[in-house]
Ligand binder design. Structure first.
Ligand SMILES: [Zn+2]
Ligand SMILES: [Zn+2]
Length: 189
């Protein structure tokens, strides 16, 4: 058994990176945790050397369309006793040094929802997810958490909150997550 601390830098916040890391780690049977901090994303994974060797490549291969990995630094650290892989809260930061992505046009999945009369976001202009939507224009500081964006004024409705909190949802921690019930509205004059 070995344990690695792995530091990812680049555009790795607000792009579905933590859930992807968790999915890959769990698929490989690794234990440990992932969190966002002011330098990017930090991961600790523990497992056999052979499996650990596959982890970073699997993450690179499956990252979302607007994620950008600039560097990956992995180093061996002492073993810890953990039995699961978890997404951990961001530690309080001091020296912000991570990148925030550009605003991005709606992804295919969001466009499909936008035009679906049965969808609760039918024709909702502020539709977004972790693969698309606003980033740079709403950010006030990092780490990229909703409370540090202009969306903090809009409390999530139960349906949006459920998406925001479900690791297997493409809106897991989509910080600008919104719908016609709880999100911003617009009027054309
Ligand atoms: Zn989307
Ligand atoms: Zn909502």
């Amino acid at each position: 058994m070995k344990r690695q601390g792995i530091r990812f830098t680049g555009i790795v916040q607000g792009v579905g990176f933590r859930p992807l890391i968790a999915v890959v780690a769990r698929e490989l049977g690794l234990t440990g945790f992932v969190y966002n901090d002011d330098a990017g994303v930090y991961v600790e994974v523990q497992g056999t050397e052979k499996v650990l060797a596959k982890f970073v490549d699997a993450v690179k291969e499956r990252k979302g369309p607007i994620a950008r990995i600039d560097s990956v630094k992995a180093y061996e650290i002492p073993l810890k006793e953990d039995s699961l892989f978890v997404i951990a809260p961001s530690p309080a930061g001091k020296q912000p040094a991570t990148f925030i992505g550009a605003d991005t046009a709606p992804c295919k999945a969001c466009r499909r929802e936008l035009h679906d009369p049965m969808n609760r976001r039918f024709h909702y202009g502020f539709i977004n997810c972790t693969h698309c939507g606003p980033r740079y224009t709403i950010v006030e500081t990092v780490p990229y958490d909703r409370k540090f964006t202009s969306m903090k004024e809009f409390a999530l409705c139960p349906a949006c909150k459920n998406e925001y909190e479900s690791e297997d949802n493409r809106r897991y921690h989509a910080e600008p997550n919104a719908c016609p019930v709880c999100g911003p509205q617009y009027t054309l004059y």
